[in-house]
Design a protein around this ligand. Structure first.
Ligand SMILES: [Zn+2]
Length: 408
């Protein structure tokens, strides 16, 4: 029960940003002493911090005094970096230290070209680690592409980064930072980040376009979990008539058409020239509109997304990544095609919106979920096992002192 209350208070504070103890108690239906006790505990652990605020003036003073006496407000700690975040991208790896209180925009402090082997990748990480502030980090949070068993901490299949299938990524990272490591499948990180910053979004399919194409699903405010560690792999649905080879080993996957590389390849084929830069393609499309090759690609994409909506029974699509960077006619074409394919649109409303990627916010949400206040029944820590995650197996490590689970 204590852990449930702590999680409830943390989640509410994540959504509110800043709140007083009294506001938290009231909005959660807790007694003030209970909320106050949890707040003190989280303050002591460094999960929360206090900032100066002004309590609302009493009703009787209305019209005379705008602000009441200064109060102490709570927020997630934005002062001390607690996590190292990694984005293992197909072509680029990004690294940053993160506090528990995150901002709206991703701000990666270090970047390097993702090399073709685990050894070189670890070598580059070590070089960056020596430049990061030395701090008692609580964990490393890694956004990983491909089919990822996040609880087991393994990459099962990675169409565009096959070397990650053959190595123990957690152990590799722990050779650089000897703290627990949490792997988060990249689209799941994006969905968690979107939800973290848009707490009213309870049911949505997030589709991300970039070097690869993937999706993740949030239902009733929770990331959807299947029996298999695979969900919404829209990029690898075959498109009839498409013969392009895909990194997954199949022919004709949607990703080979609508990934950044696929779009550039189609543009070059249509214009009879070399593969252009992304910026040149955007400029040309801004003048020429949705050309026939692009319309065909967008229509194929819409069939896959509408099929997912029809199967899953959700009516909100959040599109992130490279497609929203293209001229607005592109998203307009895709949106109307999705609505044409969705049965719900015949009598209801399908919402399609674009959003920036909130990857760091998603990673921190996963870090809080897995390391700070573990709740999932599937999570070893939530079952009282000393190890706080499947990746937390390096010698000499005990349950992290910061983990609220360790104190419950
Ligand atoms: Zn494929």
């Amino acid at each position: 029960m204590g852990r449930l209350n702590r999680r409830a208070l943390l989640t509410r504070l994540q959504h509110l940003g800043v709140a007083s103890r009294a506001d938290l108690a009231k909005s959660l239906g807790m007694s003030q002493p209970t909320a106050g006790k949890i707040a003190e505990e989280l303050l002591e652990l460094g999960v929360l911090e206090e900032i100066d605020g002004a309590e609302p003036a009493p009703a009787s003073s209305k019209g005379r005094v705008k602000l009441g006496r200064p109060g102490r407000l709570l927020r997630l700690n934005r002062t001390v970096p607690r996590f190292v975040a990694l984005q293992l991208g197909v072509s680029e790896t990004c690294v940053s230290t993160l506090c528990l209180g995150v901002s709206f925009s991703d701000n990666w402090q270090h970047r390097f070209k993702t090399p073709g082997s685990a050894e070189l990748w670890a070598h580059r990480l070590k070089a960056i680690a020596s430049r990061l502030p030395s701090a008692a980090y609580w964990g490393v949070l890694v956004s990983v592409p491909g089919i990822v068993d996040d609880l087991a901490g393994r990459v099962l299949f990675s169409p565009n980064l096959h070397w990650t299938e053959k190595v123990d990524l957690c152990r590799l990272v722990q050779e650089v930072w000897a703290v627990p490591v949490v792997l988060v499948q990249e689209e799941r990180a994006l969905a968690l980040g979107y939800q973290h910053l848009h707490p009213r979004a309870r049911d949505f399919l997030l589709v991300d376009f970039g070097e690869s194409v993937g999706a993740s699903l949030v239902v009733s405010g929770q990331l959807y979990d299947n029996l298999l560690p695979i969900c919404a792999e829209l990029g690898h649905v075959p498109v009839l008539g498409n013969k392009r080879p895909c990194g997954c080993g199949a022919l004709g996957c949607l990703e080979t058409l609508v990934s950044t590389r696929g779009l550039l390849q189609s543009f070059a084929a249509a214009h009879g020239g070399l593969v252009p830069t992304w910026e040149f393609m955007i400029e040309t499309l801004a003048i020429r509109g949705v050309e026939p090759w692009l319309a065909t690609t967008l229509d194929a994409t819409s069939v896959v997304i509408a099929g997912a909506l029809n199967v899953l029974g959700v009516r909100t699509v959040v599109v992130t990544g490279s497609l929203p960077d293209l001229p607005t006619a592109v998203m307009a074409h895709l949106s109307s095609a999705i609505r044409r394919g969705s049965i719900y649109a015949r009598f209801g409303q399908i919402d399609i919106e674009t959003a920036p990627r909130h990857r760091t916010a998603g990673l921190v949400a996963a870090g809080i979920d897995r390391l700070v206040v573990p709740m999932s029944n599937r999570d070893p820590a939530a079952r009282g096992v000393a190890s706080s995650s499947a990746c937390d197996r390096h010698p000499g490590h005990s349950t992290p002192k910061h983990s609220v689970a360790a104190n419950s």
